[in-house]
Design a protein around this ligand. Sequence first.
Ligand code: FIX
Ligand code: ZN
Length: 649
Amino acid sequence: MRFLTPSRPVATPKDGVYTGWLDEVKRNGFDEKYEHDDDCVMYADQLRYNLKQGWYEFRCSCEVDVPSIMFGKHPLSVLLASFGTTHQPVAYEDTVRAYLTAADGGDMFDVANHPCLKENFEVLVKSVAVLYARMVAGDGMLQLLKEIMNDYDHGLATNCNAMTDTVEQSNIHGISPLHFKPSCIPNNSKLLDAAVGVHPKTIRQVIFSEVASTEVIDLHTHLLPPSHGALCLWGIDEILTYHYLVAEFFMTAPPALTPEAFYAKTKKEQADLMWDSLFIERSPISEACRGVITILTALGLETELYARDLNAIRTFFSKYRDDGVEGSEEYSSLVFKKAGVSYAVMTNVPFSPLESQHWRPKPKSYSSNFRSALRVDPLLKGDSKAIETALKVSGYSNTLEGARQYLRDWCDIMKPEYMMASTPHDFVLPEDRGSIAKGSAVNVNEDAMKQPFAFVDVSQNGCDPDCDGGEEGMASVINENSDFVTHVLMRVCEERDLPIALKIGAHRRVNPALMDAGDGLVAFADANMLARLCTKFPKVRFLATFLSKNNQQEACVLATKFRNLHIYGCWWFNNQPSIIEEITKMRVEMLGTAFTAQHSDSRVLDQLIYKWSHSRAGKNYILVNVFIICCQLYISHTVVIILQLLQKS
Ligand code: FIX
Ligand code: ZN
């Protein structure tokens, strides 16, 4: 690094003497005052330094040939000075490589050309380029050393890979998973404030690298923390029995094996069957199967995977399992770290006694990797029986006010980020149930209701945004005609300023015997209902995702009509590379950046690794795709800004 000191530009250096900037001085060119200053101190052999102005002189005889910058051989310092202001690390790589291989420079020519070492040498080049770019931007050398010693797992013995601002070439051109790699440029680095620009030649590399190192928030999962005991699912047997894989397994399972017989087996036996069928007898190429491979590879289990040795894989997990809750906690932290997820929003169901026992009488404490979302499906479904039972068991009055209080209390206990529910396939708003049944107009556009899939002209529906049906405060008893959406759910969302996340278009139990694996989809869900909810409850913020590919364009249009609507994720059957590509491109084109590209819907902790590695990866996946699309649209300036924001967030 000593000879890579950036220097002021000099046309004809005297005796090979150059000027370098001292630590933490922004290297932004030559200050005219410099020549006449009296604060210069001679330190050796006619060389001076000036602490006040932050420069020193040094001799360097190294000359290098870097055709991408200047033709012919030039003194190293002249080449470095030619950069002027700060650039992206990749811009310096050719010069660093030339210096490190020069005989009077790093003298590493043999290493650079050794068949077994040249890859490692390239990693060294990239890591030096990062440190150099940071020094040019003004990060102090001592700060860099302290960081390496304190922030990297192996201190000064850390593999240079951790310090490179890059991802493997194979990722950039293919669709292989893009595993999370913590950024080697911390948030306090001055490099992030420098107007570094992005060169068209390097933009792909920069995008991949930024996306790989961006920590995500997972908006919706079914994960529960280790403190919730058996409800926290992790490990190979859970991974293999994920309901996406069970559905795939049953397509070709022997006819003699009924779903009932399958589910009667132990988890381990089920996992054995799945492994044999999907990973040994057949090629694991579906998205869900690839996910298993991504997880195992990320956990360093390539050898076991290559040998198709399920028991050896189990041994890895049992090391954590044997340590009880502590082991689960340790494994959970590892997964979040590897997945690059800062926190995952859970799905917390107060109506489930299995779950509510972990919240009442006193909520169990859990790591900051988890945040809560209050799942309220019975309220959206209008399932008066389930609601009545829940109220009775917990000692609330069987009234709408009782239901509201129940919800408020759960909000106090769980402190949710939002409320959420999945609509049933035959969902209609309670008020419409009435209008269809009785044929009377209840604040809806009757004509539009006759065309279930036409966009409702919401301005014509005569709905007063403040109206709530007039039942306010009434001690009404809960029955099948109760409008829980208006009088309970939306009321509490408004009171607490909580958004509600809707998942629209699942058709539950299409094949009931397959349980969760037997759920299907509604080919076209009626999105009018969402438009009307957004109109009727303007103070409530709606998050929505649709299960059918057919609804995606309509969802985008709706998002541009209602500022209280935000579209998120490529859910479940849409979470396939080809569909993700189509949906994401459309969303970028129609919504710009005003949408949330993805959520994982993980049910098993380990799945965070694959769902996010796949979501980050290139070509047909989400995050990289978003940025590549931006570049294709020639708005690379915006890309730079987004990348900077991402890095800082
Ligand atoms: O309703 C939901 O939250 C769905 O995500 C689940 O019901 C579904 O089983 C699932 O896991 C999809 O990914
Ligand atoms: Zn879900």
